[in-house]
Design a protein around this ligand. Structure first.
Ligand SMILES: Nc1ncnc2c1ncn2[C@@H]1O[C@H](COP(=O)(O)OP(=O)(O)OP(=O)(O)O)[C@@H](O)[C@H]1O
Length: 323
């Protein structure tokens, strides 16, 4: 697809993925020659249906899984040959908390920092805990915390060594609305301070709200990488919906030049057009309706959401695969 330009190199990317494939022992290929550049300081959302390969790709970039082919550079460090240096610049917030339930929040987060070879920095750990509203829980054992608080600890651990790149794998899964909003506020603040954020999410409206760029992965292939706004402009559709005073049995011949759909027992007329279309012909459509004596009592317009675009992208690929 012409939209997908993953091979076009970004100037000085912070993460550079080249020709990465992953094939499991049974022969199943979960990633197929993925090329991707992540720009410094952006929020990049990786979207894809279940089993598309998102976690596999993130695990390979973070150096916790090996690629069968290809290379990854994180801030210039090869994630296999120069594992330690690469790992130092990356923070990963996984989906699950695997940590010592009997340790305190303070000890857990300070210990994580030590794992990256960084010297103790109580002031930094304090700041991270305060930013995440965990300061008053610093002496609590992990096992006494609520699910939402445990999720905050996961983020604190990932930030303990002050990484340049933060990965969030499904950060919103199973958290309440308040924590979700806190988390997104924090992600924006981190980005504003220069941290590059890469996240996977099933909450597409959040990617729509937050991300600078979007990558869509489907069956192990990166099918689209694009600025969010450009993607929405290129693939988005607009709809004009008219609620008619009197029902029509069919669309009159005089309106045949517009691709109109009649629904709602003849009461609703819908006109769908590309957001990029310069000449929508709406004024002419309304004049023709008037000339035909077709009155309407309501008129609404809407634009496709990122979710609509995502569903149609993945759906088209499924149809291509079947053909
Ligand atoms: N050890 C393994 N052996 C064989 N296949 C595997 C293995 N681990 C993962 N897979 C397969 O690889 C594919 C990609 O998995 P991955 O976890 O990366 O998907 P995902 O996009 O993160 O999905 P989800 O949104 O459900 O978390 C899936 O089809 C999965 O079944």
């Amino acid at each position: 697809m012409s939209l997908s330009s993953p091979a076009a190199p970004a100037a000085d990317p912070i993460v550079s993925v080249r020709g990465v494939s992953k094939t499991y022992a049974g022969g199943f290929q979960s990633l197929k020659r993925v090329d991707l550049d992540i720009r410094r300081g952006e929020i990049f959302a990786l979207l894809g249906p279940n089993g598309a390969g998102k976690t596999t790709l993130i695990s390979i970039i973070c150096g916790i899984a090996n690629a069968s082919e290809g290379t990854v550079l994180a801030d210039g460090h090869d994630t296999v040959r120069d594992y330690r240096k690469a790992r130092e610049v990356i923070g990963l917030v996984p989906q699950e908390l695997h940590t010592d339930a009997f340790e305190s929040v303070w000890a857990t987060v300070s210990f994580s920092r030590g794992l990256f070879g960084k010297s103790p920095d109580p002031a930094h750990v304090e700041k991270v805990l305060r930013d995440l509203s965990l300061w008053d829980k610093k002496d609590n054992k992990i096992l006494t915390l609520s699910g939402g608080m445990k999720r905050r600890v996961l983020i604190a651990k990932a930030l303990s060594h002050d990484p340049k790149i933060l990965f969030l794998d499904e950060p919103s899964a199973g958290v309440d609305v308040e924590l979700r909003h806190d988390m997104w506020r924090m992600v924006r603040e981190l980005r504003d301070r220069g941290t590059t954020i890469i996240l996977t999410t099933h909450y597409i409206e959040e990617a729509e709200d937050m991300a600078d760029r979007i990558g869509v992965i489907n069956r192990g292939e990166l099918i689209v990488v694009e600025d969010k706004d450009v993607l929405m402009r290129k693939l988005g559709k607009k709809q004009l919906t008219l609620t008619l005073q009197h029902p029509l049995e069919s669309v009159p011949q005089a309106l045949s030049r517009w691709p109109l759909e009649l629904s709602g027992a003849g009461h609703t007329l819908t006109y769908t057009f590309d957001t990029q279309t310069e000449e929508t012909g709406i004024a002419e459509l309304l004049r023709t309706l008037h000339a035909q004596g077709i009155d309407f009592k309501d008129l609404q317009s809407s634009e496709s959401s990122l979710e609509d675009i995502f569903v149609s992208l993945v759906h088209n690929k499924k149809q291509e695969a079947r053909a």
